[in-house]
Design a binder for this molecule. Structure first.
Ligand code: NAD
Length: 477
């Protein structure tokens, strides 16, 4: 029997809406269930259910809240093989990555379980004698969470964890590309939480848009810049708080003082992990002319050694692209790089495997410049472009010359360059001798310019979005 993924509103499931098949990108003859879309009326019902449940959830005792979040995290960790496999089936990431993402999602819930117990108030002296001041934080209220397909389990967790820990109730609108894992997450959350605290509406951009203009107190979004702009505009119309984490064009600067083998290994990891479908993907490699040729030669060899295949096949290192539309878009950029004057070193083509899927070869272009569209626009696929520079200073200037600002890395064994880069790279995360992708979960995450809008996600700083401050004055008399 085909699974149908639908809405969870106030503890009740509904799958009555129009259905769309969920295709396995590793084998397009396989359907991973059907997604039933919500209606706009159901979005409003979900928000109303969250509104009704919010005061009760905020009043739940700290330790009880902590125990619930911990148990949700533990269930994800215990079931990471099963959920990871489902994630790999509908999204295409290799099983090790699907499993790892689910495990990490469990760790997010457990981190925020512990955050429930952190005392986050302050007290202050008054400028007036005898007056006491307390500054406390209360839940923002009802939050709408709109998530993308590329890390559907982890991103939902890094938004849900703090939302719940700080006493908010939630309406989640997951990506229409990954409804199956969303359904499993909703089943888990529904079992552990009181009715109405967590609600979910499935569907496409129209359902996300309905949520972003509904009666919510805040919306936290991860996805593309163009969608982020629309969501921010809708939220501001209602004076709802807004947090957007969006795309990027992340550089690695490889200086003449780099350990070349380390730089190659990190660049391969950053460019081709998750088939390049990461907001933190290392898509611009800025390499000093003195080591350029050796670096490119080793990079090409490492890329060619990568095994592209079915997400669930033994030994697969790069799975397929998530959908036909995304694959066509990436193939378009592969052609554009050539038209713009780049030289293809390796890759650049669709691959055939035992099952029909959206497989692309890891692709490297050299002789590119920073004004080419392939170095300015997010490609979101297994493709990286090398630019040759004459000095560290030129490399830093190119790295900073972007509309985005999520993550940047430098490869160098020179302390002076490393320290200078950390202070002068204009990005939310800056890394030394590490790729731009692969970040910790207990510290802030976010970017600058078009990459982010609003307060940071993750770690204890997530409270800046999910709580609202109150300043209380007391005259003890
Ligand atoms: P997307 O913007 O197409 O969709 C994201 C979500 O927004 C989906 O749930 C979608 O249904 C919904 N949506 C679409 N139109 C909407 C509208 N008008 N109003 C409200 N909701 C709407 O992005 P995607 O293709 O799912 O994900 C890829 C993008 O996500 C890339 O740009 C990537 O860089 C970005 N991303 C960013 C981060 C980060 O933390 N910075 C992390 C992962 C992915």
């Amino acid at each position: 029997m085909t699974d149908i993924y639908g809405q969870l509103i106030n503890g009740e499931w509904d799958c009555s809406g129009p259905q769309t098949p969920n295709i396995n990108p590793s084998d397009i003859s396989e359907t991973v269930g059907m997604m039933a879309s919500a209606t706009e009326a159901q979005v409003h019902d979900a928000v109303a259910a969250a509104r009704a449940a919010q005061p009760g959830w905020e009043a739940v005792k700290l330790e009880e809240k902590k125990n619930i979040l911990h148990a949700i995290g533990q269930e994800l960790i215990d079931r990471c093989d099963e959920i990871g496999k489902l994630l790999s089936s509908e999204e295409g990431k290799p099983f090790a990555e699907g499993r790892g993402e689910t495990f990490r999602a469990g760790e997010f819930y457990q981190y925020y379980a512990a955050e429930c117990l952190r005392q986050i108030g302050e007290s202050a002296a008054s400028v007036r004698p005898g007056i006491h001041i307390d500054i406390s934080r209360e839940a923002l209220g009802v939050v709408g969470l709109i998530t993308p397909w590329n890390f559907p389990v982890a991103i939902a967790a890094w938004k849900m964890g703090p939302a719940l820990a700080y006493g908010n109730t939630v309406v989640l609108k997951p990506s229409e590309v990954t409804p199956a894992t969303a359904n499993v997450l909703a089943e888990i959350l529904d079992r552990h939480l009181p009715k109405g605290v967590f609600n979910m509406v499935q569907g496409g951009g129209d359902i996300g848009a309905a949520l972003s203009r509904s009666d919510i107190d805040g919306v936290s979004f991860t996805g593309s810049v163009s969608t982020g702009r629309k969501i921010a505009a809708a939220a501001i119309e209602n004076m709802a708080r807004v947090q957007c984490e969006m795309g990027s064009k992340n550089p690695i600067v490889v200086t003449e003082h780099a350990d070349i083998d380390l730089a190659v290994a990190q660049s391969i990891h950053g460019a081709f992990g998750a088939s390049g479908q990461k907001c933190t993907a290392s898509s611009r490699l800025i390499v000093d002319a003195k080591i350029h040729d050796e670096f490119v030669e080793k990079l090409a060899k490492a890329a060619e050694a990568k095994k592209v295949g079915h997400a669930l096949a033994e030994g697969t290192e790069l799975g397929p692209i998530v959908s036909e539309g995304q694959m066509e878009k990436i193939l378009g950029y592969m052609k554009l790089a050539k038209d713009e004057g780049g030289s293809l070193v390796t890759g650049g083509e669709r691959l055939e495997r035992d099952t029909e899927g959206y497989y692309l070869s890891p692709t490297i272009y050299t002789d590119t410049t920073n004004d080419m569209r392939v170095n300015r626009e997010e490609i979101f696929g297994p493709m990286t472009c090398v630019m040759k520079v004459e000095s560290y200073e030129e490399g830093l200037a190119l790295a900073n010359d972007t509309d985005f600002g999520l993550a940047a890395a430098v490869m160098t064994q020179n302390l002076k360059e490393a320290e200078h880069f950390k202070r002068n790279a204009q990005f939310g995360s800056v890394l030394v001798n590490l790729a731009t992708a692969g970040l910790d979960y207990h510290v802030p995450f976010g970017g600058r310019n078009a990459s982010s809008y609003g307060p940071r996600e993750q770690g204890e700083h997530a409270k800046d979005f999910y709580t609202i401050m109150k300043t209380a004055y007391t005259n003890p008399g």
